[in-house]
Design a protein around this ligand. Structure first.
Ligand code: PEP
Length: 252
């Protein structure tokens, strides 16, 4: 039985005070929501304060990225050790905005994943195709390349600690959502890739989240699909009311 995960990616939004206020309001909502795990990914500056506000609660705090070295001359980067020190349990890795804005490659995603695992974090690894790739029929191949490149060298036991997020790039922040059927098809492709690489048991256990303009009014249809195990949400995770509705999605 895969426990759904509802994760909010705040991107470059919220001050420390705003983050703490939000977390304090969402703690009782998460406590009452026995059906799912709740994860919030504030910006780096608010991680420690958010983790303090979430301490002892069911709200897990995630970084939005990390660097693979423990320490060193890497101006502007933040290490897995520092992220754990700030109170995080999760880290988003390979988000399409990192891939596109910062040229992040599958090899870098792989290094980040390994470093996150070594630090005891739960990585949320993002994969997904662009509109051009989908329209040219390349979705399956893109997912395969990102999946295999990002997860190269990992054992089944490593993989069992990872959460995957399928995020079609054309649906992120655009208001265009994949239909539940389209999303489910890609989730199926990803679970088959996991099956081939890591075996049935681990593939059946991995949580695969959908991300891309998930809102309170479309999450029910997505979550009703077999194989969609939660959501990674940007815009609609920024308001307490809307994130509360996502946590308590229809059918939960
Ligand atoms: C995201 O940031 O991962 C995301 C899916 O954003 P949005 O929900 O705004 O499309």
């Amino acid at each position: 039985m895969r426990k759904p995960v509802i994760a909010g990616n705040w991107k470059m939004y919220k001050t420390i005070a705003e983050a703490m206020d939000f977390i304090e309001k969402i703690v009782p909502v998460a406590a009452a929501a026995r059906h799912c795990e709740v994860v919030v990914a504030p910006p780096f500056t608010a991680l420690a304060a958010a983790a303090l506000a979430a301490k002892g609660s069911k709200v897990a705090i995630s970084a939005q990225d990390l660097y693979w070295d423990k320490e060193g001359a890497h101006t502007g980067d933040v290490s897995p050790t520092m992220i754990v020190d700030a109170g995080c349990t999760h880290a988003i890795i390979g988000h399409s905005e990192r891939r596109h804005d910062h040229g992040e490659t599958d090899e870098q995603v792989n290094r980040k994943l390994k470093a996150a695992l070594a630090a005891g974090l739960t990585p949320i690894m993002c994969v997904g195709e662009t509109l051009a790739q989908r329209e040219s029929g390349g979705t399956g191949q893109v997912l395969k390349t990102q999946f295999e490149g990002g997860l190269a060298g990992l054992t089944p036991s490593d993989f069992s600690r990872i959460i995957i997020a399928y995020e079609p790039v054309w649906a992120i922040g655009t208001g265009r959502t994949a239909t539940p059927e389209m999303a489910a098809e890609s989730h199926h492709v990803l679970r088959d890739l996991a099956r081939a690489k890591f075996g049935d048991k681990v593939a059946d256990g991995v949580r695969i989240l959908y991300g891309g303009s998930v809102k309170p009014d479309n999450i029910g249809g997505l979550m009703a699909q077999v194989g969609i195990d939660g959501a990674l949400v940007g815009g609609a995770s920024l308001k307490v009311d809307s994130f509360t509705s996502l946590i308590n999605y229809p059918g939960a």
